[in-house]
Ligand binder design. Structure first.
Ligand code: SF4
Ligand code: SF4
Length: 108
């Protein structure tokens, strides 16, 4: 995602979590970061939930979240969606994302 909050799991040059699982943003997220409006899929009204109003990944023709830069850093880091803020380096999802992307795990 961006900065690492774990000594062992380094987010630098990773970004696996931004290209492995479906990623959604809420209306509140989009109010904070307006580019979410233009670079995501707007969920149909009858399918929309409080936390899932915009889909960032997967999207047609994109292999990663549209906000993940080529340097594997988030282009909207300071205003990224809440779901991204909650994602922890070293969590089971982080480990699974790295596994899917063929990124090595830190040695214990
Ligand atoms: S998969 Fe884990 S280590 Fe990689 S960017 Fe995401 S949180 Fe950081
Ligand atoms: S918004 Fe940023 S942190 Fe969240 S999935 Fe996209 S690139 Fe990753």
């Amino acid at each position: 995602m961006a900065e690492s909050h774990s000594m062992d799991y380094d987010c630098t040059n990773c970004g696996a979590c931004c290209r492995s699982f479906p990623i959604f943003a809420s209306k509140t997220d989009a109010e904070r970061e307006h580019r979410i409006h233009t670079e995501s899929r707007h969920i149909e009204a009858h399918l929309r939930t409080e936390n899932e109003a915009y889909q960032l990944f997967p999207l047609p023709f994109l292999e990663k979240c549209p906000f993940l830069g080529d340097n594997q850093l988030c282009r909207i880091y300071s205003k990224r969606p809440d779901v991204c803020r909650r994602f922890s380096p070293g969590s089971s999802q982080c480990i699974e994302a790295r596994r899917r992307q063929g990124i090595s795990q830190p040695e214990n």
